[in-house]
Design a protein around this ligand. Structure first.
Ligand SMILES: CC(=O)N[C@@H](CCC[C@H](N)C(=O)O)C(=O)O
Length: 377
């Protein structure tokens, strides 16, 4: 028989929604929460997010667990019999898996509580514009603020049953990047009477790549990815405007400042050489995911000891250039994030990613066992 949390994941997979528009997702989760034993549950909503408190039997501490909720603007190309029903949108970063796991954790403690209180946060808008920072400031969270927090992210590259993490920095600092170029349009046959923003955009993309290659310390790490370019209207019209959309990743906060300074200098150069106007917008910025060294070390030691019961394999991984607004939680609350293997050949943000659903029960078991242990059981 299929696990209820696998079944829930499939229903969530069919309704991916953009950040802060997770209306159907929130409704579905609230309906599922309403089916649970209510004696120990308190439920609050905040925008499209949900906060759940599960009262412990003898609480002296408040633990936290966080999941994200939003989908991505990707047209699904999986072979799954339960594909997205929202054209052009897909759960391609595993947030459907994350929510099903979080619901499994709530379900376990709602029927068999631990000693301490648990706050489970369903947080919107991780992919952007970022729900963690405003959720941390929300009135609904203040009197439920956890004293320690945990979150996980699916990892396509590891077999099911693998936990990968490390103390200290796990994910990079991020900043979105939007650059609008405005020149002078015209007839394709008269380039000398126009300022072509397609050519300017092409030059700019190439020059941006020199920042990582030539300005960032090779022993540090940075990424500039331009994921989208828009410009022009027709093949025989010189484009008056072009727009680049991208993201910046750096391991150190100092490198983020350096990269932004270099972007601004290069964009000023493009303005001069193409006699155009350029506007830069950095969109949303996420703090690095910095795992509390003591708590992460303790979790890793616990996992090594648990191995014979859970079969979970621990990998001490290196840091990744992914971003996560969970970094804002970790800036304020001690805790950690870890990768959980889902064993699929396609990576995160790929239209064909098909996480192995066996990971759902394995992750629920790992997290609930860990929280019970932390709670002194
Ligand atoms: C885990 C993951 O894939 N997170 C996203 C976070 C995106 C942050 C922001 N919208 C940006 O693009 O900078 C990622 O792309 O790493």
């Amino acid at each position: 028989m299929i696990s209820p949390f696998v079944e829930l994941r499939r229903r969530l997979h069919q309704i991916p929604e953009p950040g802060f528009q997770e209306f159907k997702t929130q409704r579905l989760l609230l309906d599922e929460l309403a089916k649970l034993p209510q004696e120990r549950l308190a439920i609050r909503t905040w925008r499209t997010g949900i906060l759940v408190r599960i009262a412990g039997t003898q609480p002296s501490r408040r633990f936290g667990y966080r999941t994200d909720m939003d989908g991505l603007p990707i047209a699904e190309q999986t072979t799954l019999p339960f594909p997205s029903t929202h054209p052009g949108y897909m759960h391609a970063c595993g947030h459907d898996m994350h929510m099903a796991i979080a619901m499994g954790i709530v379900t376990e403690f709602a029927s068999t509580p631990m000693k301490d209180d648990l706050i489970v946060l369903f947080q919107p808008a991780e992919e952007g514009p970022g729900g963690a920072l405003p959720m941390l400031g929300a009135d609904e969270l203040q009197d439920w603020m956890p004293e320690q927090i945990v979150g996980l992210h699916i990892a396509p590259e590891y077999p099911v049953g693998t936990v990968a993490t490390k103390p200290g920095i796990l994910f990079a600092n991020t900043s979105e990047l939007f650059i609008d170029l405005t020149g002078k349009g015209g007839h394709a046959a008269y380039p000398h009477r126009a300022n072509d923003m397609v050519v300017a955009a092409a030059q700019l993309v190439g020059q941006l790549q020199t920042i990582v290659a030539r300005n960032v310390d090779p022993l540090d790490s940075a990424v500039i990815t331009v994921g989208k370019i828009e410009g022009g209207t027709k093949q025989n019209i010189i484009a008056e405007t072009a727009r680049l959309e991208g993201t910046i990743r750096t391991l150190s906060a100092q490198s983020m400042e350096l990269v932004k300074g270099r972007i601004e200098a290069i964009v000023r150069g493009i303005e001069q050489s193409f006699e155009c106007k350029a506007a830069i917008d950095y969109g949303s910025n996420y703090r690095q995911v910095y795992n509390d060294p003591a708590l992460t070390g303790e979790f890793m030691d616990w996992l090594r000891g648990e191995n014979e019961y859970t079969g979970v394999r621990l990998v001490e991984c290196t840091e990744a250039m992914t971003g996560e607004d969970f970094g804002y939680f970790l800036e304020r609350i001690p805790g950690f994030m870890f990768w959980f293997g889902v064993d699929t050949p396609y990576g995160l943000h790929h239209s064909r990613i098909e996480p192995n659903e066996d990971a759902i029960e394995a992750a629920i078991s790992t997290v609930t066992r860990y929280l019970r242990w932390k709670s002194g059981e």
